[in-house]
Design a protein around this ligand. Structure first.
Ligand SMILES: N[C@@H](CCC(=O)N[C@@H](CS)C(=O)NCC(=O)O)C(=O)O
Length: 300
């Protein structure tokens, strides 16, 4: 039996829950609000971040990457063909590269700002950083999602799963971060059919958002509008967004400026300066104003 200190909307915690689910391991969940910096939790992980795994007879295991490596070392061989970190050296490098891509880069550029602005800030006290969501941060993060989705689509078109032939940690890390923001209606699935089809395949696996996640979403005021009765009601709601499963969410308006076509992968990577600074909806040389119109950079 493992114990996982997690938060329902922490994408790294989601990743580890998916990994433990694939391994078929029993799990006790303890919800941790990392921003409260609880002393007993800081003793387990002085970095104060979730997830932290407690395995009998081991020191506390902090961090998604370290937990994933530990689980592969302790339980991977027993998975046989279904091992999530493949045995070949080259394949392992590619899985680790993509696992880091999602747990670090995607997190920094997309899932962390979106989850923080839309959910965590509602729970946090003002002196802990709580307050209303910052529209410019959300806009920048949503623009970053488009580039990441294009990359995922490119991987899904060229391989069976993201890192190769088989399901791996790369797929679970990507799905965990995407699912946190898909829940919020922040993934423009219509832009990439290959990414959408890959996600549907990974999401069809047995591990789904827990009741705790749904509850946390409701407490945060993010209505989970799946279900026939509510779907008919939302038919009347303007600015409705749908996630990959066709669930409806009320979402913020996208920036009114036309973001233009996503460049072919490799020309512009996620995380470029333009994307990070909130000039997300505009082409290079332009910026997007608060009212959603474009101006040339340097214009007053
Ligand atoms: N490197 C860590 C980062 C984990 C992380 O940033 N967790 C977030 C929630 S998803 C957190 O606890 N943030 C609180 C903080 O940074 O103080 C990992 O891979 O697990």
């Amino acid at each position: 039996m493992f114990t996982l200190f997690h938060h329902p909307f922490c994408p790294h915690s989601r990743f580890i829950r998916l990994v433990l689910g694939e391994h078929g391991l029993d799990l006790r969940l303890v919800e941790e609000r990392a921003w409260e910096r609880r002393e007993a939790f800081l003793v387990l992980n002085p970095a104060g971040t979730t997830p932290v795994l407690i395995a009998e007879g081991r020191p506390a295991i902090p961090g998604a990457g370290i937990i994933a490596e530990y689980l592969d070392e302790s339980h991977g061989a027993a998975m046989g063909e279904r091992r999530l970190l493949p045995s070949g050296m080259n394949e392992r490098i590619e899985v680790r590269r993509l696992m880091a891509w999602f747990n670090e880069k995607f997190f920094e550029e997309a899932s962390h700002p979106l989850v923080t602005e839309r959910i965590y800030k509602r729970f946090m006290r003002e002196d802990d950083g709580g307050g209303p969501p910052a529209a410019d941060v959300i806009r920048a993060a949503k623009a970053n999602v488009r580039y990441h989705l294009a990359y995922i689509g490119w991987l899904a078109r060229t391989r069976n799963f993201l890192a190769g032939d088989r399901l791996s940690y790369a797929d679970l890390a990507a799905a965990a971060h995407l699912s946190a923001i898909d829940y919020l209606g922040d993934v423009p699935w219509v832009e990439d059919d290959a990414a959408k089809a890959w996600y549907a395949r990974v999401k069809s696996r047995p591990v789904v958002p827990s009741a705790a996640e749904r509850m946390a979403g409701r407490r945060a005021g993010v209505a989970d509008l799946c279900g026939p009765r509510l779907l008919t009601i939302t038919g009347l709601v303007p600015r409705m967004l749908r996630n990959a499963e066709g669930c409806a969410f009320r979402g913020p308006l996208r920036c009114a400026a036309d973001p233009g076509p996503i460049p072919a992968w490799g020309l512009v990577g996620p995380g470029s300066a333009e994307q990070r600074t909130g000039r997300c909806c505009a082409s290079p040389g332009e910026r997007c104003t608060a009212s959603g119109t474009r101006t040339r950079t340097g214009d007053s």
